[in-house]
Design a protein. Structure first.
Lengths: 689, 303
């Protein structure tokens, strides 16, 4: 318990007044001559237990009345573990500095069943009231969008700041903590309260993140100066539904143009409902609305390839899908854009003009009539000039770059190349590696993607392909079901490839001819031979080479098409400020476009910004995980619910008033005069026997 | 010859005049020395026929009933009730506690008024009156006399009494029971701050000696109510130990002790046939005496 006016406690000794008065009263007695001493002596000999107790009870109640009055004037706060304790309140209202770490992620916009307020609004309101009540000193806000400290004038301004409003970007708790740590260290703050308002989503907390360890150690060094207070909102979303568009395909080659959507609805329940329901999904395409019914079993509901016609001649546009409003508004909408497929650019990196010519031919001939395919051949030295953001496929026929430590040669280009290739693959691009004629790396030395070239093999007779994966990937059968003529290929020379990879085609002697390297995004293939005539018949029997290159191009082109789709918070803030909003939420500020879901137009393209896919995941960090993350630090946690109007700290002077009244009534009852008058009348007068 | 002495404050002529019409009657036969208002255990010469008795030699021949002899040829003596006077012993407690009084009067002053009035009434109807003042022992003893001039002596003694010392009531009552000749009227005026169990023996002793015992139990209203408000040091008026008490704390137990005492005393007086009058000294003593005399006059006489 703490007090708003703790100096009033200095008056607590006044509670001894009844005892002092009692003692004084005992001293100023009167003396009288008395005849009926025998009754007094008898009374003295009788049991004095009750009278003594009564006397002490009266004194105690009188003391209690005054003590309750003084405590009441001191304005006590029932803050549970939130108060700084009595000593803290006496020594000056707790901490002088307060830092608020605010999780603004979409999950914080959830409301409870009858909720008028979302978790975010509840947390901000409660925080403002609490800090106003207990009197925060220097107040600093670090919100999840910018993760930068910002000093706040007064707790009430928290309610008005746009930075405490909702956002569609996920939070990064370790980054917020890091920012708070930097702020504390750079400003050399003394006693600091760090309030964390969050709903404990694992996606936001990143409990497995390595930064937590260093954060914990750094905060532990600050000792008892820093005290964490976690305002945790537990997950309550039994009937929540989130909508998401998995795939958008735009086709205007047919007689009528259309957009094909794959819509997915996910629910909060973990058990499939026995009676599936139909969720009406509103699809808004360039402002025109239509409704799509999606079957939903409480866990997931999906519709694939829903076609919506668009006017012929339209080349791009945007859309939005919405499910009916529920407790969590932030995941009821999803924005998307569609565009014509961009030119499929292929870059062939080779020094060998023959290889370059063959591969260029196979890349430039488009497999579909409305798709433009472009291929260019560059030397290994010109890799830096490639416009990577437009490339769908890279055919690499050059020595694999050897990674060097940056300190050895800062200007080494191969280091940059590797990074570029890695970034390209991470974006979703496709790469096929062909073995260079000269191997300049030591045998067995690991190169990119965990692969390394071995030595060239030249069998006497041309080797043929023994088996290949016809059901999927580059060598899959055609749509008509016919298999590719992979078996007719003749391999004169092939190289040993070392490393973890999935074999797509295997020679008769068991060597791998074509393999796929597992990567999180994008696709990386390694061929053990080249299209040169001396190496293989890939060029002569061009079907296989053409098909596999075209399939790799299509795979890589998907990532180009997806560039119009962004997760909130991923884009550059300054660049996003220049975007022109086509559709966005009304309650957001323009300087937070990078964090706000909506459709924006950049110079040449449309951008749809949405919450990240992980926001629809439900896992939260458990209590034990939180304890583990804050091990060795001072953590007070308060579990709250969205819409809760109960203040974190509450003035409880009413309780003391009631105690005072009860004590007064009790004292009055104990002090009631006995029935002396009645006895007196009975004793008066004469009695004659 | 008229003595020009100061008027005695315990004598109120109006009260005495008001009480003059009421006789002071004994509840038991009294053995007086002369003829009076009260029944005697002996046969006498009153006009009230008592019984016939056979003549025995030595009887006065004048009392032979010749008519009875004529009818039965036997000698009978006709006997009549004897009326005699009484000896009234006033026993006055003059211990220190009798000096207590929260109102206009102390208990001793009140007792003087009662004693003087009874003495006056007794002498007026020809009875003998005596006075015994006691505290630790018998301080003053005036034997009963019916001489009106004796009344003056009584009054003088009453006037000079002062309350002091302890009360040894039981010893005094035993002593008086023995020393007073049988069948007298004994009137004790006291506050009776004695253990009731001890009093029982005294009362039975007096009853055994055929005395007609009456008690005036004087209590101050403050002693009954015990309405103190401040912490008080109570000093014993009879020289005992003092007691410091918080009245609000002790009042209920005081009342309990008082009630126990009064009930015990009442039980004893009922069992021993004592004429008991509890008097709160803020009552007019005329009312008390009127009640005392009226009750005696209307009670059935015992022979």
């Amino acid at each position: 318990m703490s007090f708003l006016q703790p100096w009033m406690l200095a008056a607590l000794p006044l509670a001894a007044i009844p005892i002092i008065i009692h003692l004084i009263n005992q001293r100023r007695y009167q003396t009288t001559q008395w005849a009926a001493m025998m009754f007094l002596l008898t009374a003295n000999r009788m049991s004095r237990g009750y009278a003594k107790i009564r006397q002490w009870a009266i004194l105690a109640l009188r003391t209690l009345v005054i003590a309750a009055l003084i405590l009441m004037v001191g304005r006590p706060l029932a803050s549970g573990s939130l108060g700084g304790g009595l000593i803290g309140s006496i020594t000056g209202r707790g901490s002088a500095n307060t830092i608020v770490l605010l999780d603004r992620s979409p999950s914080m916009q959830q409301r409870d069943g009858d909720g008028a307020l979302s978790k975010l609004e509840t947390s901000v309101a409660q925080l403002a009231e609490t800090l106003q009540t207990i009197g925060a000193g220097r107040l600093t806000l670090i919100e999840s969008n910018s993760a930068r400290p910002r000093e706040i004038v007064s707790p009430t301004s928290l309610l008005e700041l746009p930075e405490t409003g909702p956002s569609d970007a996920s939070a990064d708790l370790p980054a917020l903590m890091l920012s708070a740590l930097d702020y504390i260290q750079s400003n050399e703050l003394g006693q600091t309260d760090v309030w964390i308002c969050s709903d404990l989503r694992d996606h936001d907390w990143r409990s497995k993140d390595g930064r937590w360890v260093s954060l914990r150690e750094a905060f532990a060094e600050l000792g008892r100066r820093v005290r964490f207070r976690l305002l945790a909102f537990r997950e309550v979303e039994p009937n929540n539904r989130s909508v998401r568009v998995d795939e958008v395909r735009f086709d205007n080659r047919q007689a009528e143009a259309f957009v094909s959507l794959s819509v997915k609805i996910e629910g909060g329940k973990e058990v499939v409902d026995s009676t599936p329901q139909v969720v009406p999904v509103t699809v808004e395409l360039d402002g025109a609305r239509s409704t799509l019914d999606v079957k939903f079993d409480g866990v997931v509901g999906e519709t694939k390839g829903h076609r919506i016609a668009v006017p012929k001649g339209q080349t791009r546009g945007w859309g939005r899908v919405s499910v009916p409003a529920d407790a969590k508004l932030s995941d009821n909408d999803f924005y998307f854009t569609y565009d014509l497929a961009p030119p499929r650019r292929t870059v062939i990196v080779t020094d060998d003009p023959d290889v370059g010519r063959v591969l260029q031919l196979a890349s430039e001939i488009a497999s579909e009539e409305d798709v433009q395919c472009v291929a260019e051949v560059v030397g290994p030295n010109a890799v830096a000039s490639i416009a990577w953001e437009e490339v769908a496929l890279v055919l690499w026929h050059a020595p694999l770059m050897k990674t060097k430590a940056p300190s050895e040669d800062v200007g080494d280009r191969s280091l940059d190349d590797e990074q570029r290739l890695q970034a390209f693959v991470d974006r979703g691009g496709s790469v096929i590696f062909f073995p260079p004629q000269v191997i300049d790396s030591a045998p067995g030395e690991e190169l990119m993607f965990g692969m390394s070239w071995g030595s060239w093999n030249e069998p006497k007779d041309p080797a043929s392909v023994a088996s290949w994966r016809g059901e999927t990937d580059l060598l899959a059968n055609t749509l008509a079901g016919a298999s590719l003529p992979v078996g007719s290929l003749k391999i004169n020379r092939f190289i040993d490839v070392k490393g973890e990879a999935t074999s797509l085609a295997t020679l008769v002697d068991g060597s791998r001819l074509l393999m796929r390297v597992p990567t999180p995004r994008g696709s990386v293939y390694v061929s053990a031979t080249t299209p040169l005539a001396k190496d293989s018949s890939l060029a002569a029997d061009g079907v296989v080479l053409y098909v596999l290159i075209q399939r790799a191009i299509e795979e890589g082109a998907r990532s180009l098409r997806a560039t119009g789709q962004l997760d909130a918070g991923d884009a550059n803030v300054e660049a996003a400020a220049k975007w022109t909003p086509l559709v966005e939420r009304n309650d957001r500020f323009s300087n937070e476009r990078a964090f706000t879901a909506g459709v924006y137009s950049e110079e040449r393209r449309l951008l749809a910004v949405n919450r990240s896919a992980a926001e629809d995941q439900r896992p939260t960090v458990t209590d034990s995980q939180v304890d583990q993350l804050f091990r060795g630090l001072i953590l007070d946690r308060v579990n709250e619910q969205a819409g809760s109007t109960q203040s974190l700290v509450e003035e409880v002077w009413r309780a003391f008033l009631i105690i005072m009244l009860i004590a007064m009534i009790g004292e009055a009852c104990l002090c009631l005069p006995r029935k002396i008058a009645e006895t007196f009348t009975q004793n008066r007068g004469g009695v004659t026997a | 010859m008229w003595n020009e002495s100061a008027a005695r404050d315990f004598l109120d002529p109006a009260v005495l005049a008001g009480l003059a019409g009421l006789p002071l009657v004994a509840r038991r036969p009294m053995r007086g020395s002369v003829s009076g208002l009260h029944t005697s255990p002996n046969r006498g010469a009153s006009v009230e026929f008592a019984e016939y008795r056979k003549y025995v030699p030595g009887d006065d021949l004048r009392r032979l009933d010749w008519r009875a002899h004529g009818r039965s040829d036997r000698y009978y003596v006709k006997e009549f009730e004897a009326d005699t006077n009484l000896r009234c012993c006033l026993v006055l407690d003059t211990s220190g506690s009798m000096e207590f009084g929260s109102g206009d009067l102390t208990k001793l002053q009140y007792a003087r008024r009662i004693a003087a009035a009874i003495g006056y009434l007794a002498v007026q109807q020809g009875d003998a009156i005596g006075l015994s003042c006691f505290n630790a022992g018998i301080a003053q003893h005036l034997p009963p006399r019916r001489n009106p001039s004796h009344l003056r002596v009584i009054f003088d003694a009453l006037e000079q009494t002062r309350g002091r010392g302890e009360t040894h009531l039981t010893e005094v009552l035993h002593e008086l029971a023995e020393t007073t000749r049988q069948a007298a009227m004994v009137i004790v005026i006291s506050d009776f701050f004695v253990d009731p169990k001890l009093l029982r023996n005294c009362f039975e002793h007096l009853r055994f000696r055929k005395h007609d015992l009456s008690l005036f139990h004087l209590l101050d209203p403050l002693e009954l109510s015990f309405t103190f408000t401040r912490p008080t040091r109570f000093l014993d008026m009879e020289g005992g130990t003092s007691v410091f008490a918080e009245p609000s704390e002790i009042a209920d137990r005081y009342q309990q002790a008082l009630q126990d005492y009064l009930q015990a005393l009442q039980k004893i007086v009922l069992e021993t046939g004592v004429d008991y009058h509890r008097v709160s000294i803020d009552e007019p003593y005329q009312d008390v005496l009127t009640r005392f005399l009226t009750r005696r006059a209307t009670a059935r006489r015992v022979r």
